[in-house]
Design a protein. Structure first.
Length: 244
């Protein structure tokens, strides 16, 4: 079988979740580390989509016997750890961190580390594991905090996993001081997401969220009572006016 046909077969098996059959086709370890998709993903990248440790654990044991790093990154420069963090496969993340802890600070072409990637896609378990179980050298690196002019806290807010957002803030409150390429803070990002507010107002949890986050030295010129207002005079429609 020529290489292109084999790659196609490997890709089809991975997409079907036929991991045992994929392992049989890739008995020779070097086949596991060759790109099999148009974006340069290998069988290792795709294996994390199983949602479990296997077949990645078996595949990694195989490739340890060879020089496996040549195609460790896809064409977008995602490592298997990036991929595992993106899909939220905690078992795979743990395996890959144990194997290559340095990949925690590898960046893809967007400038994203695996932690940033997990935050962007709202993967709470992955963010929690990296923040709590990995050394500060990796978790507190500034490489994690910004990608393409967008702070990690902004990306986390846009994922709408607010438990994860609070976890990041509890880990490092200074993240709230970060501004994106448009000079916007995390509060600006929240203000531009009116669908998360009840009737255009910040209430309950959201009010507490804002007040808990505000720095004691009042870095932000923030007026809560002007933050959201509803035009009750418009009988044909209700519109929300956000002012900061």
């Amino acid at each position: 079988m020529d290489l292109s046909k084999q790659n196609k077969e490997c890709y089809i098996l991975a997409m079907r979740g036929e991991w045992d059959n994929l392992g049989k086709v890739c008995k020779e370890a070097w086949k596991l580390v060759l790109p099999i998709t148009g974006s340069g993903d290998t069988s290792l990248h795709l294996a994390v989509h199983s949602g479990k440790e296997e077949p990645l654990k078996t595949f990694l044991a195989q490739v340890m016997e060879i020089e496996y790093t040549l195609y460790w990154k896809s064409f977008a420069e995602n490592t298997p750890l990036h991929e595992a963090a993106t899909v939220g496969n905690l078992g795979a993340v743990k395996l890959l961190v144990e194997l290559r802890k340095e990949d925690l600070l590898e960046m893809n072409i967007r400038g994203e580390t695996p932690l940033y990637r997990a935050a962007r896609y709202g993967k709470l378990e992955i963010v929690e594991y990296i923040l709590n179980e990995c050394e500060d050298y990796y978790t507190r690196s500034p490489l994690n905090w910004m990608a393409k002019g967008t702070p990690i806290i902004h990306a986390a807010i846009q994922s709408e996993n607010f438990e994860m957002v609070m976890m990041l803030v509890d880990f490092d409150k200074s993240l709230l001081e970060m501004k994106d390429s448009k000079n916007q803070t995390a509060l600006h990002v929240l203000a531009n997401m009116p669908h998360i507010f009840e009737s255009g107002y910040l209430k309950g949890f959201w009010a507490k969220l804002i007040y808990d986050w505000l720095p004691e030295d009042k870095i932000y010129p923030f007026n809560f009572f002007k933050f959201c207002s509803v035009n009750h005079n418009d009988s044909t429609s209700s519109s929300t006016h956000l002012e900061i």
